[in-house]
Design a protein around this ligand. Structure first.
Ligand code: APR
Ligand code: PHB
Length: 400
């Protein structure tokens, strides 16, 4: 088998890239380890920057998103019995974000891909990348024990944090930067009306909490928990009781509880792999970087990688100009590090680090710095604007 771009992984990165390339007449095949149903069963993020929304529109898959997605003009930060609204629209001169679940985007992209007759190979075992530095890279995989061979010009490694693509780059060529946080997020999804129309990020002495949503009838809530906690330790009732304690009192009284549809604990990690390309292999999205969810940047950074690679491959195939290929890693990483820094900063400001070890010490001074940071940035319009500009998303970079 032969294609122009072999895409590893049918998450949002791989599917969005595949759709955009196909619209430019660039042939691509996706090779995915699990089934489509399994991919759709993963509950992930739900806040889309304008850049992401525009890209989905350019891919021609925005019909349901534009109909069902909610535009959000602001969100709140709650701490010390105070509530500060970050008026994104006013502070940025008109920018907003859209609330529409990653699962829904993934579903829309999968359906569009199937309707366009584009090939996705699901349940591929032992996916292996070959000769990625050569002009003739290829991918092998097994279906029911039978080996298959896919030849291509380029490989897009969109296979998430645990994928094979990053591991294909020799260890002496890549540098990995990582920070693991001493707590996790316990998330609960429920078909209950959201407690607030806008997201509320709450810093509380009992730990961080986030009130988020998927629609007018579906809520997504999170609480900071110790890393040692297991999801089985948390009944729905336990979750609701703890979540309620961490919400501002006048909001908590409106909380509607109900059975969970999904409940899981996610660790928090900052991770970047440099460079994001090796020969004719490009890493995209979670394959190259992870952010803690505070700030909703994970999916959005995947989208800016997709945008950069899409522009590069379009120039390569449509204008036969290969000189732009070398720009990918640099362009992608610049924006990735901005998102990494913002997510790390929001995580530090909003979580409770009391009694937890950071840099090997129980750092009360760090707590004080962060409390002041939050007070300062929320207390001045210039500070709120800094938060708003990053939350709606920094601009995408153009190719040289
Ligand atoms: N071979 C083929 N496919 C693989 C392999 C492999 N060895 N390993 C993993 N995959 C698949 C996974 O099954 C998954 O469907 O690659 C896909 C990667 O998808 P995601 O993990 O969702 O990563 P990505 O598409 O980059 O999405 C961006 O942003 O907010 C974050 O975590 C959130 O998923 C989101 C991500
Ligand atoms: C979510 O709705 O899942 C969500 C929203 C904002 C975040 C993280 C997660 O910062």
């Amino acid at each position: 088998m032969k294609t122009q771009v072999a895409i590893i992984g049918a998450g949002p990165s791989g599917l969005l890239l595949g759709q955009l390339l196909a619209r430019q007449g660039i042939d691509n095949i996706i090779v995915e380890r699990v089934t489509g149903e399994y991919v759709l069963g993963r509950i992930r993020a739900g806040v889309l920057e304008q850049g992401f929304v525009d890209l989905v529109r350019e891919a021609g898959v925005s019909e349901r998103m534009d109909r069902e997605g909610e535009i959000h003009e602001g969100f709140e930060l709650a701490f010390n019995n105070r509530r500060v609204r970050i008026d994104m629209k006013q502070l940025t001169g008109g920018d907003t974000v859209m609330v529409y679940g990653q699962t829904e985007i993934t579903k829309d992209l999968m359906e569009a891909r199937a309707a366009a007759g584009l090939q996705t190979i699901y349940q591929a075992d032992n996916v292996t990348l070959h000769d990625v530095k050569s002009k003739t890279p290829s991918v092998t995989y097994e279906i029911n024990g039978v080996k298959h061979h896919l030849e291509c010009d380029y490989i897009a490694g969109c296979d998430g944090f645990h994928g094979v693509s990053r591991q294909t780059i020799p260890q002496d060529v890549r540098t990995e930067y990582e920070r693991i946080y001493p707590f996790g997020w316990l998330g609960l999804l429920s078909d209950t009306p959201p407690v607030s129309k806008e997201l509320i990020y709450c810093k509380h002495e009992r730990g961080f909490a986030l009130a988020s949503l998927r629609s007018a009838s579906r809520s997504r809530y999170y609480i900071q928990v110790p890393l040692s906690d297991k999801v089985e330790d948390w009944s729905d009732d336990d979750f609701w009781a703890e979540f309620k304690k961490r919400l501002p009192a006048n909001t908590a009284k409106n909380l509607v509880t109900g059975p969970s549809i999904e409940k899981s604990i996610a660790p928090l990690r900052s991770f970047v792999c440099e460079p994001m390309q090796y020969g004719n292999l490009f890493l995209v999205g979670d394959a190259a970087h992870i952010v803690p969810p505070t700030g909703a940047k994970g999916l959005n950074l995947a989208a800016s990688d997709v945008s950069a690679l899409y522009k590069i491959l379009t120039r390569v195939f449509k204008e036969n100009d290969k000189s732009c290929i070398a720009q990918y890693s640099e362009i992608a990483l610049r924006r990735v590090w901005h998102g990494e820094r913002f997510s790390w900063w929001m995580t530090n400001m909003l979580h409770n680090f009391e009694g937890l070890s950071i840099n090997g010490a129980d750092d009360r001074t760090f707590e004080k710095f962060m409390a002041s940071e939050l007070d300062y940035y929320t207390g001045y319009e210039a500070g709120r604007r800094v938060i708003a500009q990053q939350y709606v998303g920094l601009p995408y970079e153009e190719l040289e």
